[in-house]
Design a protein around this ligand. Structure first.
Ligand SMILES: [Zn+2]
Length: 130
């Protein structure tokens, strides 16, 4: 039996999905900040210098460029996974969206509808109850 406080709480999947989006956008913001750093180094240090300063600048730009690619990759993987899970979070039996709990850090997500007890797997292609 559900109490009033449990009804007013967000279902766990929706909270999990929000956390995934927040974390993915934190990666995206980090990526943008690294991009600003990249452009700032080119603007303020420039590539017209010579010798050790030029080598140091190029090494710094190379490392920041690698970091930008990695940060964007992390953003995209987390964002795409969260969106794919959200698109499969509707119960096929009762059409309730996101009414199940998620064990953090597990893949695939084993979902059991809190309304009708239908079970399915998100991130896999099979339905547990069938
Ligand atoms: Zn259901």
């Amino acid at each position: 039996m559900k109490t009033e406080s449990s009804l007013t709480q967000k279902p766990r999947f929706i909270r999990w999905h929000e956390q995934q989006l927040y974390q993915s956008f934190a990666w995206l913001i980090s990526c943008l900040l690294a991009g600003f750093l990249f452009v700032s180094i080119i603007e303020f240090v420039g590539l017209q210098s010579s010798g050790l300063l030029l080598i140091g600048t190029l090494v710094a730009l190379y490392l920041i460029g690698i970091a930008i690619i990695e940060l964007f990759r992390r953003f995209w993987i987390r964002f795409a996974y969260a969106q794919a899970c959200a698109s499969a979070a509707t119960c096929k039996t009762c059409s309730t969206y996101g009414q199940f709990e998620v064990i953090p850090g597990t893949r695939p997500i084993y979902a059991r509808c809190q309304k009708c007890d239908h079970q399915w797997v998100i991130g896999g292609d099979h339905d547990v109850s069938q």
